[in-house]
Design a protein around this ligand. Structure first.
Ligand SMILES: Nc1ncnc2c1ncn2[C@@H]1O[C@H](COP(=O)(O)OP(=O)(O)OP(=O)(O)O)[C@@H](O)[C@H]1O
Ligand SMILES: [Mg+2]
Length: 338
């Protein structure tokens, strides 16, 4: 059944995810990539999903727009985006949501930008698909879009093909393209990872400025805590397809409570270069085809005890907006130390 995207009532989250589960079937295996994620993102709020490779960040992000191949994917739970029930939207309503209310940017802009059209043509096309405006007005808006992402000589760049631009310029052009439909929500999957450190920081600052200017809600996927600090109000730390800790970015940086978050922060402090994959925590990531019955991190956790292996812990609130999914957090002695 079609549910037309509605507007979010004041104060309600722009994105609301409850107990999201995503599993892929292939051969005789089922890969349980996301295992009960719940997350809210407010209007104008930027939330970063962080965690090491394979923790389910991208699968979660793509699930918000139901981008996984339907035949091999089982999705359960509730996803509401700007008031629309994403799980039950029909194809057309989903397409409207994807290109209109929600914009997406990914790591490699060459995949999003069409090589045979100029950057200007693509932005104009995007604007005219969403708004009935004249070609001249669309061109004017395209020019403004390039200026808003601080592309120098924007007039000239309108006529450039994607391959004629540097990596940083291309990424800016992709952001301009994504924002030209005037979305309320931006979903970004490692959009700066391929860029060198200086350009990366410039693009992050730009995204932050645009977010404030436009009041965008952002979900930003990264394995780089440094990038999360630049962009996010809040951070959700993922492990084995679950959120193990969530809170305001400053709280997480200073008072992380989950042993995995602590290990993640330490691995960075121990000389991890920006953009490098997190691989410094001892032990192997969980086998998503054979998840353990208890806490997914227990086999690698220095504090694990028998209870951790028996059942999946429930999240507990340990401070303002700060939730930890770990039996240690439920212990009064530890909880009062927060
Ligand atoms: N379409 C798919 N079919 C089967 N398995 C998949 C599919 N997409 C993702 N996976 C698996 O789901 C798990 C989570 O993948 P995901 O891409 O979300 O990780 P990630 O946290 O984004 O990692 P990275 O930092 O490397 O991008 C991985 O084991 C991945 O191989
Ligand atoms: Mg990913």
């Amino acid at each position: 059944m079609s549910a037309t995207p509605q507007n979010t009532p004041p104060g309600a989250p722009m994105i609301s995810v409850r107990d999201l589960r995503v599993a892929f079937s292939g051969g005789d295996k089922t890969i349980r990539a996301v295992n009960g994620v719940s997350l809210d993102v407010g209007a104008g709020e930027a939330v970063a999903l962080i965690g090491e490779s394979g923790s389910g960040k991208s699968v979660t992000l793509r699930a918000l727009m139901r981008l996984h191949p339907p035949r091999r994917t089982r999705m359960e739970g509730q996803v509401r985006v700007d008031g629309a029930d994403v799980m039950s939207l029909d194809k057309q309503a989903l397409a409207r949501l994807r290109g209109g209310t929600v914009a997406m940017v990914f790591q490699e802009p060459l995949l999003a930008l069409d090589p045979v059209y100029t950057v200007g043509q693509q932005i104009v096309e995007c604007i005219r698909t969403h708004d009935k405006v004249s070609a001249a007005e669309a061109r004017q808006r395209a020019l403004k879009a390039l200026e808003s992402v601080r592309i120098p000589s924007a007039e000239r760049r309108l006529a450039a093909y994607p391959h004629e631009m540097s990596g940083g310029m291309r990424q800016r052009a992709m952001i301009a393209l994504a924002l030209s439909a005037r979305p309320k929500i931006l979903l970004a999957d490692e959009p700066t990872t391929a860029l060198d450190a200086t350009v990366q920081i410039q693009v992050l600052i730009l995204l932050r400025e645009l977010q404030r200017e436009l009041g965008l809600s952002i979900v930003f996927v990264t394995h780089d805590i440094g990038a999360a600090v630049e962009i996010a109000d809040r951070v959700a730390v993922m492990y084995g397809g679950r959120i193990v800790e969530e809170g305001p970015i400053r709280t997480i940086m200073r008072e992380a409570r989950h042993p995995y978050t602590i290990a993640l922060l330490q691995s960075r402090q121990h000389g991890m270069a920006r953009g490098q994959r997190l691989q410094t925590i001892g032990g192997a990531p969980p086998d998503l085809a054979a998840l353990p019955p208890g806490c997914t991190f227990a086999p690698r956790c220095p504090h694990a005890r028998p209870a951790c292996l028996a059942e999946v812990p429930q999240p507990s609130a340990v401070g303002a907006g700060h939730r930890v999914t770990c039996v240690l957090a439920a212990e009064p002695a530890v909880a009062t130390a927060a």
